[in-house]
Design a binder for this molecule. Structure first.
Ligand SMILES: [Zn+2]
Length: 151
């Protein structure tokens, strides 16, 4: 049952993906989709730079890696950073019931909108997630602004 799940342990999978992205020279954001037993369905990370593809966000990568699921209401999207509008739209489109975010300090994305629409959003305020992306943004502000669609 969902309330017995250790969300911090699920976050570790997303953090490992973010670290891998950073090691590849990319933006350190990772995500993972789990079922409500905490079993991993798919995981991935932002590969905008690596693949020159602005559509590969952590969440979309994890979603695609998970393949077709019969329903998403009982799934949990875990991501190191609050989802952007694009990924928040994905959550709503497929009725993903729960979103766990590592942090919303560097970027709060669509989490208020998700909550208003009945999605359970859990913000773990994880110090490693805040520092890893914060350091990246400080060193690469132009890449970051491109990623979130800011001029
Ligand atoms: Zn996104």
């Amino acid at each position: 049952m969902a309330h017995t799940i250790d969300y911090r342990s699920l976050l570790e999978t997303a953090v490992a993906e973010a670290r891998q992205g950073l090691a590849e020279g990319g933006i350190p954001i990772g995500a993972a989709l789990f079922n409500n037993d905490g079993n991993l369905l798919g995981c991935g990370h932002n590969r905008r730079i690596q693949e020159n593809d602005p559509s590969v966000h952590g969440e979309t990568d994890a979603f695609r890696k998970a393949g077709r699921q019969r329903r998403y209401r009982d799934t949990i999207m875990v991501t190191t950073l609050a989802p952007c509008w694009y990924c928040s739209g994905l959550v709503r489109q497929f009725n993903i019931g729960t979103v766990v975010v590592g942090e919303s300090v560097n970027f709060s994305g669509g989490i208020d909108w998700l909550r208003e629409n009945g999605v359970t959003v859990i913000d773990l305020h994880d110090e490693e997630c805040i520092a890893m992306l914060g350091d990246y943004i400080a060193a690469n502000p132009e890449v970051w602004n491109e990623d979130i669609g800011e001029d």
